[in-house]
Design a protein around this ligand. Sequence first.
Ligand SMILES: *Cc1c(COP(=O)(O)O)cnc(C)c1O
Length: 375
Amino acid sequence: MTLQQKPVEFIDLKAQQQRLGDRIPRAIQRVLDHGRYIMGPEVLELEQQLARFCGARHVISCASGTDALVMALMARGTGPGDAVFVPAFTFVATAEAVALVGATPVFIDVEPDSFLLDPASLDAALETATRTGLAPKGIIPVDLFGPPCAYPEINAYARERGLFVIADAAQSFGASLDGNPVGTLAEVTATSFFPAKPLGCYGDGGALFTDDDELADRLRSLRVHGKGAHKYDNVHIGINGRLDTIQAAILLEKLPVFEEEIALRNRVAQRYGELLEALVVTPALRAGVNSVWAQYTIQSGERDAIAQELKRQGIPSAVYYPAPLHRQTAYKDYPHAPDLAVSERLCAQVLSLPMHPYLEEEAQGRICDIIRQAL
Ligand SMILES: *Cc1c(COP(=O)(O)O)cnc(C)c1O
């Protein structure tokens, strides 16, 4: 790395902070001034703005993406003896939420080009679940790395079999399918505002989206210890799942630039595609998909060599994810579809490159040159 070269960040939160100037410190100060740290006015304001942003009828903010998944599962009465189908190739929280409510995650495979749930694998896993005496209860498709799954097909499949669908949109809020935004694609959608997600706060945060009035009421109750008419009237077993007012205030300042940031992310992804197409397997989007590019993830048999050379030249990269969930110590005894070959191969070949709206063309050129050298 020469002296003139700016360091390349994997996700550059500082560049965004600079762009927003003093808006965020001022928003935080306003919360300090009114002092309503729990369920303050910014929380309701954020929920209204998120609803406007994605067109969902109800938005229930919460403490994290993991809590969002747990609350959705609780609201659907998921528990011991129930099988919930989750991809083996995802972040652990998808399966963890299922295990936390006492149900059984059943792992299914993903498609090699899109990284998204493979419906064919779902059939096999359903059989496995039934054979082991579990009651098939629901599916959690994961919009891994930013593009939404094929929800129309998944919803139809689930409806025929009486299964619920909880969209794990932790990495895809802001994306759309055939013009329909994430948040409206499944009966209930869970997202995360973890700092590194496309729309992130400065701590933990999350939200649920649904058009179902009854489900929304249930989720709002579960978020505050299963409250009924008031906090000390407990009609469900819930959790403490609220989003902090300070985090809501931060998100309110970031939301106005989000649409433009999504466009910038798409430009970065397109440039990567053009520069890398001939060198490695670049991510493929289905027709009608607008992704938010939470990650830009390539596939190569030379993954480790590429990562090493990038590191040697000061460029960060990451392996999301190094092991499929059915190989993880805590999850290896859960049932899975008979064949998870794609998930296994992906874990050996994927590499996520620096991706954020403010990644400059020059830096991208340098990253791609290093990848060419490594090969
Ligand atoms: C980040 C993430 C979660 C969990 O979100 P947290 O806010 O960190 O709890 C769940 N699923 C996926 C796919 C994620 O990437």
